[in-house]
Design a protein around this ligand. Structure first.
Ligand SMILES: [Zn+2]
Length: 281
């Protein structure tokens, strides 16, 4: 073999594994949880240390696409998991553009019955693209080899095809833990449901995404005592017509000395955890 070829071979042997280590190393020790500023609605992106990508809800329009483009490399058009907490438009509409733009590995939803054109479109897009669906049920869990653990806490019985008067209470509720840090996502579930969950499950969390955009029915003292968060995040649109967050909800958070972030005031909130320490941007 000519000497220069040997050199090329050696460089490849040395540099390729190095490049691999560097590329995996960049994200390999931190978990990202990004609460997107999508106006009045919810859209939360999670990238685990091994780059398993999850989107919880899509917000009220396609603003979520620009946010995702910020967190995902240009050539990465895959989301491993999309969770629809419940089919209200402020959680669902943006997901239609997400299904258009991204390959989605799996969808978790409650499957609750709700008649809107958007929800029908969502289900036909899912079946056209043959995306596997899991109907959320308390007790289901996802364990990733990188140490991320996700547990579904609600619904407690299958909502598939069920008609209920208040679909906020069909919300998929999830708790994610990574090392000593934990994140609770409660969708728009209201306090009667939240208090039931707290009675039967561990809900403690470093960060709680406050239910229902800081509405009065999304928070009470007993649930906040159970979660005992260091931080709260309220996903809410500036000057929204529901007057979210409610002053009493803010007063409860203040009385418990919870450091509270709001997407209408802080914009997108990105939290990174190394399993011990949380940094917030
Ligand atoms: Zn909502």
């Amino acid at each position: 073999m000519p000497r220069f070829l040997k050199l090329v071979q050696l460089l490849i042997l040395v540099l390729v594994p190095l490049a691999f280590l560097v590329s995996r190393g960049q994200g390999s020790k931190t978990l990202l949880v990004a609460y997107y500023d999508v106006g009045q609605g919810d859209a939360i992106f999670i990238r685990t240390p091994s780059e398993y990508d999850i989107l919880i809800d899509g917000g009220p329009d396609n603003a979520v696409l620009a946010e995702l483009a910020h967190d995902l490399p240009l050539n990465d058009r895959t989301l491993d998991l999309v969770v629809l907490t419940h089919p209200h438009a402020d959680h669902l509409t943006g997901l239609l553009s997400v299904l258009d733009r991204y390959h989605v590995g799996r969808i978790i939803e409650s499957g609750v019955s709700y008649s809107t054109a958007t929800y029908t479109e969502w289900h036909s897009a899912m079946s056209d693209k043959e995306i596997p669906i899991t109907i959320a049920l308390a007790g289901q869990a996802i364990d990733l080899p990188d140490g991320t653990h996700i547990e579904i806490l609600a619904p407690r019985e299958s909502m598939e095809g069920q008609s209920i008067s208040n679909i906020n209470n069909a919300s998929v509720v999830m708790r994610l833990t990574y090392g000593g840090t934990s994140f609770l996502f409660t969708g728009d579930a209201e306090t009667d449901v939240l208090d039931d969950i707290a009675a039967t499950h561990t809900v403690t969390a470093t960060v709680w995404k406050v239910s229902h955009h800081g509405s009065r029915n999304g928070i009470d003292d007993s649930f906040l005592n159970a979660v005992d968060p260091h931080y709260a995040v309220i996903s809410v649109g500036e000057g929204n017509r529901y007057d979210h967050p409610h002053p009493e909800a803010l007063a409860i958070l203040a009385a418990h000395n919870i450091e509270t972030y709001r997407t209408d005031q802080n914009g997108t909130i990105r939290m990174r955890s190394d399993g011990t320490t949380l940094t917030i941007k």
